[in-house]
Design a protein around this ligand. Structure first.
Ligand code: HEC
Ligand code: HEC
Length: 143
């Protein structure tokens, strides 16, 4: 009896493991590369690419799109202690810096309360806003 239970448990474990080995055969859209190696390679090739700057900003593709960043953000830092984007984009500084003001939505909490400082849910700017490089997309799409 004991042997039978052990055998059944073993067969069941093998059956459970089967789908996982099959998952290895799925191809990733970026190709079957070693992730670490590919990061190093794309870091190098990205450094060669030109940052796209756009006076007056990039045209938006749809309503409510977070606008693309038309300037370099290499020197900017977003940490727990501070956010250098707001040196130019805050309600306090934008006029002096001739920069567009981060929209009113950026000062609202999720309950619709308006804060004096940028809301925590808009704090990490590059979660939504990104600069553009003169590079071909890795994966084509026709959105
Ligand atoms: C030194 C000032 C300065 C800093 C720092 C700065 N920006 Fe800007 N930003 C500008 C100016 C000026 C423009 C307008 C450029 C133009 O329209 O030609 C702009 C434009 C933008 C736009 C486009 C807005 C639109 O409506 O098209 C976005 C988005 C943006 N910045 C995000 C950021 C983010 C995110 C950071 C931090 C990572 C940042 N900026 C840091 C000055 C700054
Ligand atoms: C959760 C996504 C999200 C985050 C995070 C975010 N934004 Fe935005 N941002 C948007 C969207 C969507 C818009 C366009 C609609 C609007 O103004 O709310 C926008 C608009 C803007 C504009 C243009 C405003 C205008 O009137 O043309 C600026 C400048 C900007 N954001 C700067 C920032 C900065 C600086 C930060 C970080 C402190 C930030 N955003 C964080 C989504 C985001």
């Amino acid at each position: 009896m004991k042997k039978l239970i052990i055998t059944i448990t073993m067969v069941m474990t093998m059956m459970l493991a089967l789908p996982y080995s099959a998952a290895n055969a799925v191809d990733s859209l970026r190709g079957n590369f070693d992730l670490d190696k590919q990061i190093k390679k794309s870091d190098k090739s990205l450094k060669k690419k030109k940052l796209l700057k756009q006076a007056g900003g990039f045209e938006r593709n749809y309503e409510q799109q977070p606008p693309l960043i038309p300037h370099s953000i290499e020197k900017d830092k977003i940490t727990l202690k501070g956010n250098t984007c707001m040196k130019c984009h805050s309600a306090k500084n934008y006029e002096k810096e001739k920069a567009p003001k981060a929209g009113d939505s950026h000062y609202e909490t999720r309950d619709g309360k308006t804060l004096k400082k940028v809301s925590a849910r808009r704090y990490f700017c590059n979660q939504c806003h990104v600069p553009q490089l003169d590079a071909n997309p890795l994966v084509q799409n026709n959105f």
